[in-house]
Design a protein around this ligand. Structure first.
Ligand SMILES: C[S@@+](CC[C@H](N)C(=O)[O-])C[C@H]1O[C@@H](n2cnc3c(N)ncnc32)[C@H](O)[C@@H]1O
Length: 151
């Protein structure tokens, strides 16, 4: 039977559509003392914007080629290879991430909405996430259609 114990997660899920919105959100959600995990960083264009506001950033991508290029272009930022589905590796970074930025190919479309929610809830379950910003038009559109019933 439904009970309150299943609604423990408090982290905010922010849906942005397109890379301009994704990057613009940094101004609002990233602060100096945050510990940020970025997933799908490619060669680090967004990472650099996050890093300017907050140095405790680990920027990751599944592609070793991207990460090697990112390290060359932006040597002060920590870049690591990570498959978003490999949360054990994310835990091995030994950081208590409180913010997450995620822009992973294949997770933006309408049909991937449940995958995004499952994935971000998984991260919110093991890290003390306050906010997770996702580049996903599907999440943004769904959020706009939702309202929590207050009675
Ligand atoms: C659109 S690009 C990211 C652009 C980047 N966020 C930016 O703002 O410049 C999507 C990235 O997702 C990465 N990616 C795809 N599948 C992934 C996965 N399973 N885990 C982590 N990264 C993945 C790709 O290698 C690619 O670099």
């Amino acid at each position: 039977m439904a009970n309150e114990n299943q609604y423990k997660l408090k982290s905010l899920l922010v849906g942005t559509r397109g890379v301009a919105e994704y990057r613009a959100s940094i101004e609002k959600y990233i602060f100096k003392n945050d510990k940020v995990l970025e997933i799908g960083c490619e060669w680090g264009t967004t990472s650099e914007l996050i890093y300017k506001k907050c140095p405790k950033l680990i920027a990751t991508d599944i592609s070793l080629k991207c990460i090697e290029r990112a390290r060359k272009m932006r040597p002060t930022i920590r870049f690591e290879v990570l498959d978003v589905f490999d949360i054990r590796k994310a835990l091995s970074f030994k950081q208590e991430f409180n913010k997450m930025y995620i822009d992973v190919s294949g997770l933006s479309g309408y049909r991937s909405l449940l995958d995004v929610i499952a994935l971000t809830d998984m991260y919110a379950s093991v890290f003390p996430m306050e906010a997770i910003v996702v580049k996903s038009g599907a999440v943004k559109n769904f959020a706009k259609r939702c309202v929590a019933w207050e009675g």
